[in-house]
Every structure is written in C-alpha cells, then in structure tokens.
Design a protein around this ligand. Sequence first.
Ligand SMILES: CCCCCCCCCCCCCCCCCCCC(=O)SCCNC(=O)CCNC(=O)[C@H](O)C(C)(C)COP(=O)(O)OP(=O)(O)OC[C@H]1O[C@@H](n2cnc3c(N)ncnc32)[C@H](O)[C@@H]1OP(=O)(O)O
Ligand SMILES: NC(=O)C1=CN([C@@H]2O[C@H](COP(=O)(O)OP(=O)(O)OC[C@H]3O[C@@H](n4cnc5c(N)ncnc54)[C@H](OP(=O)(O)O)[C@@H]3O)[C@@H](O)[C@H]2O)C=CC1
Length: 515
Amino acid sequence: MASIAEYYAGKSVLITGATGFMGKVLVEKLLRCCPGVSTVYVLVRPKAGQSMQQRVNDMMKCKLFDRVREDNPDFHKKVVPVSSELTQPGLAISPQDITKLAACVNVVFHCAATIRFDEPLKHALQLNVIATQQLLSLAKQMQNLEAFVHISTAYANCNRRHIDEVIYPPPVEPKKLIDSLEWMDDGMVREITPRLIGERPNTYTYTKALAECVVQQESDKLSVAIIRPSIVGASWQEPFPGWIDNFNGPSGVFIAAGKGILRTMRASNDAVADLIPVDVVINLTLAAGWYTAVHRPKSALVYNCTTGGINPFHWGEIEHHVMSTFKRNPLEQAFRRPNANITSNYLINQYWILVSHKFPALLYDLYLRLSGQKPQMMRIFNRLHKAIGLLEYFSSQDWEWNSDNVSMLMAQLSPEDRKMFNFDVRQLNWPEYIENYCIGTKKYVLNEDMSDIPAARQHLRKLRNIRYTFNTLLLIFIWRVFIARSQMARNIWYFVVSLCFKFLSYFKASSTLTN
Ligand SMILES: CCCCCCCCCCCCCCCCCCCC(=O)SCCNC(=O)CCNC(=O)[C@H](O)C(C)(C)COP(=O)(O)OP(=O)(O)OC[C@H]1O[C@@H](n2cnc3c(N)ncnc32)[C@H](O)[C@@H]1OP(=O)(O)O
Ligand SMILES: NC(=O)C1=CN([C@@H]2O[C@H](COP(=O)(O)OP(=O)(O)OC[C@H]3O[C@@H](n4cnc5c(N)ncnc54)[C@H](OP(=O)(O)O)[C@@H]3O)[C@@H](O)[C@H]2O)C=CC1
C-alpha cells in the first residue's frame, strides 16, 4: 500500500479556510511532507482591502513556512488561489474555476467556518451549514474526487457527556431550519435562537452539528471523513514547537493571565482540559484523507481527535504551568504580576472579579484621567469578562470521547508514516507543551522578543514594589481610621508597640552583654 506522501504525490488538493489557523498548518505540512503533491488549490476571499493573491502571498511569507521555504524555495508555485466567498450562492466561484476544479481535484479538505461563539444564528448557518452543502455539491461534480475531509469539532455534540465516533441525529432537520430562517428577520431569529440551540452553549456548536448531518446525507455518493478536534492549541513539534497565531480558545486566556490582567476565572481544577496540538490535528487529517481515498469506506468515518481519554491533563494543572512559565518568561509591559487562580465557585469568582479586576481597573482609570489620558482599563475588563463568560462552559465540565477510529487509523500507518504524521498523543509531555505554548503566544501572537525578558522581569519587580508600598499604605490608613474610632483598638495598638519596644530593649541589652 502507498505511504501517505506517496499517495498525495501527483494529486490535486482543494482546501477551504487555508488562511485560518488550522488551514495554514495544513498547507504547510502538505507542502513539506508530501513534496510530490501536484497542486494545492485554496479557496480565498479578498479581505480588509487586500486581494486574495496578496493574502495568500503574505500567508506564505510568514515564519510558519520557513522550513518549507528552506527545502523548496519555489513551493509557492504549487499553491493556486481560487476566489471564493463562501456565503454567496455557488460559493461565488467563477464558471472557469468550477470547470478547472471539477476536472482536477482529488481530495477536498473543508476547514472554513465561523468559530465565533457569539455569531448570529443566520450567519453561522450560512457559513457552517449552507456553505458546506454547496461545497458538497461542487465535490459531486469533481470527476476524480477520492476523499472529502470535513473538519468538525468534538463539541458538536457537547449536549452529551459520552461521545462516540458516530453522527448523531441533528437537533433539527437542516433543510427545515434553512427554509424557516430564510423568511425571518434578524430580530425574530435572535429571539428564537436560545430555544433552537437548547442545551448547546452557542450557535457555533449547534451549526457544526447540523453541518455533520449535511455531510452524512452525501456520504453515500462521496468518500467522506469527519475530523472532530477538541480545543486546538499551539503546535507540539511541527514545524516548530509552540506555533500559534491567534487569541482563540485558551490562547487569549493565557495571554490575559500572563499580562496580569486576568486574575480569576471560573473553571474546574479537576476537569480534563482537552487541548489538542494543531500539528496533531493536521497529521490526523492528512492520514484520514489518505485512508478514505485508499479504502473508500461505505459510510462517513468520524475521528474524535482528543487527548482526555488517552493522556488526560486538568485545568488546575494547566493553571499551574501557565503561571509558572509566565513568571519565568514574563510578557512585556504587564499590568500586574501574573497571579491567576481558577475556581468553580460562582461567588468566590465574583468576589475576586470585584477585588482583583474591577477595583484595580477603576484605580488605574482614575490615574489615567488624572494624568490627562483616556481611561481604558474598565473597557478592557468588560470585553475580557464577555470573552471569558463564553469559554467557561467548556472549562467547567468534562466530556468522554471514544477514539477507536483514531486508534484504528494509527494501526494502519507504516512505522515511517507514524513518525512523519505523528498523532499519538500518549507521547505528549504536558508541562513541556504548555511551556512552549505560552512562549509561543509571546513570540508569535504578541511578537515579543525573547531578548527583552530581563527588562520584563525588571518591570515585574517594579510592580511588586508598587504593590508592597500600596498595601503598606493601605494598612496604615485603615489602622489610623480604626484607632481614631475605637478605644479598644488604641489599647491593642499601645500594647503591641510597647511589647515591640521591650523586645528591642531586651535584644539590645543581651547583645551588649555577650560583646
Ligand atoms: C486564570 C488563568 C489560568 C489559565 C488556566 C485556565 C484556562 C482556562 C481556559 C479555558 C479555555 C476554554 C476554551 C474552550 C474553547 C472551546 C472550543 C470549542 C472548540 C472549537 O471548536 S472552536 C474554536 C474556539 N473558538 C473560539 O475560541 C472563538 C471565541 N471567540 C469569540 O467568539 C469572539 O472572539 C469573542 C470572544 C466573542 C470576542 O468578540 P469581539 O469582542 O467582537 O472581539 P473580536 O473577536 O472582534 O476580537 C477583537 C480583538 O480582540 C482580540 N481577542 C479576541 N479574543 C480575545 C481574548 N480572549 N483575549 C484577548 N484578545 C482577544 C482579537 O484577536 C482582536 O484583535 P485585533 O487585533 O484583530 O483587533
Ligand atoms: N480552533 C479550534 O480550536 C477548533 C477549530 N475547529 C474547526 O477547525 C476549522 C478551522 O478552524 P480555525 O482554523 O481555528 O478557524 P479560523 O477562524 O482561524 O479560520 C477560518 C477560515 O475560514 C475562512 N472563512 C470564514 N468565512 C469565510 C467566508 N465567508 N468565505 C471564505 N472563507 C471564509 C477564513 O477566511 P478569512 O481569512 O478570509 O476570514 C479562514 O480561512 C473550523 O471548521 C473549526 O470549526 C474545531 C475544533 C477546534
């Protein structure tokens, strides 16, 4: 049987969402480890005043592609952008491009989606479900298609505690929902959204569940695989440890905690933190594409790409390692010293929000106002609380995912492929991974230089001294107020002072005697 790289040699691949976090890693790995791949078509839209070609060029210039560039400086010639806006009819692909794709493409990887947790239902449905439907219609026109790989999420069925590698019945028939929402205005949709999503926490997980159903409906005509990653984090090994380029999921939380802004969050210390490194997800995705094309399973195979059941790590342990890493490798210009705690208790969390978030923010904004600057800290905290509020559902409970198909796939790989496309998370050393992840957020998300760490440490020492001074002044102030009002407090105060004085005199006398 052909190895994975041998299989992709001479093949044309189509990728949606290639400019996104996971899409980029997929393009890079494909070009680096399957150098025989013929063409990588990427569906891209122009954005923020940049043409699609400019966006793809910029993407390939980024550090992530350094290793491919070293191996093959002409790698960019294999990447062919195709203009597409996935929310438009026919995905807004030109008829010429449709003809070309229909004739050439052998494997489709569908990564594009809106991953926002606060996306209005209509838009989430348009992108995550209707665009998937349209892509499947395009796939059915592809004469040489061998595999269609759809990226879902392990949380598509987060209303269940135990999740098997099967496609569960959808919460509603997707076609019925699409037809109903078509005539409703945005206000009506907003009103019925909570009723529709039911036990799911957001429109994202809801529409991803519907998308799986849409994919299943076509699985008798196409060879389909569905990959369900849990919480995708920085890379573990490839192309280098700790690569990450966004604030999504835990990354934003780590950064906010490292900057000393986030001090408390609702999460369960003992709940499994089902993080999965992005390179593991991409290796599994490429292997699943290969397996699907070679074996053509009769029905869609689902792969739960998770870590919890195999190599569990908990939010409490993550908190410890994140804090320890940022104390050793501080971020620049921290607001306060990093010192965050998680708690599952609502009231304790509210207390710390008041004391450790709102009070310092108010004080800092007061300082900004007095020094003629615009107050901003309270606004930052309000946004942070909104973001954290949307994540707490996932950090306060745990799920159990079956991963038999992942084990089966691993068993099918040759020893060489198992190394080259490693998705065996039993080998993952969590403390080392979390340290590289935090350093990755510093280097690649915040673009901070590691050589500035001594200055960042100096800044933390300055913050510690400010805190000591502030706490001492506060204590003295409280005590003064207390003493002025209570005779008993005054008596205790004089008693303590005279005791200290007696001790001092005693030590002075005894040291004179011994000399
Ligand atoms: C106490 C600390 C100890 C640490 C240990 C404990 C850690 C617990 C961590 C728990 C994490 C749990 C994570 C669960 C994730 C479940 C995942 C389900 C899996 C998936 O399938 S999908 C991927 C997940 N999707 C997301 O993560 C998207 C979530 N984000 C959103 O929905 C929106 O961004 C949000 C939060 C609603 C904010 O919207 P908005 O206010 O409109 O802001 P923008 O998105 O436009 O962003 C503006 C600007 O801010 C940056 N940004 C975004 N998020 C953050 C953040 N969390 N922190 C800091 N900055 C953030 C963003 O990049 C933009 O920057 P620009 O420079 O582009 O303007
Ligand atoms: N990140 C995570 O933790 C997890 C992600 N997943 C799944 O993995 C997949 C990839 O996620 P991730 O890379 O993190 O997401 P990103 O948000 O980083 O990337 C989304 C991609 O979709 C593209 N896209 C969005 N809207 C459109 C549109 N209207 N037309 C054309 N392209 C569009 C974006 O293009 P553009 O650059 O133009 O905006 C981008 O390339 C998704 O399917 C997600 O559900 C699953 C589990 C966890």
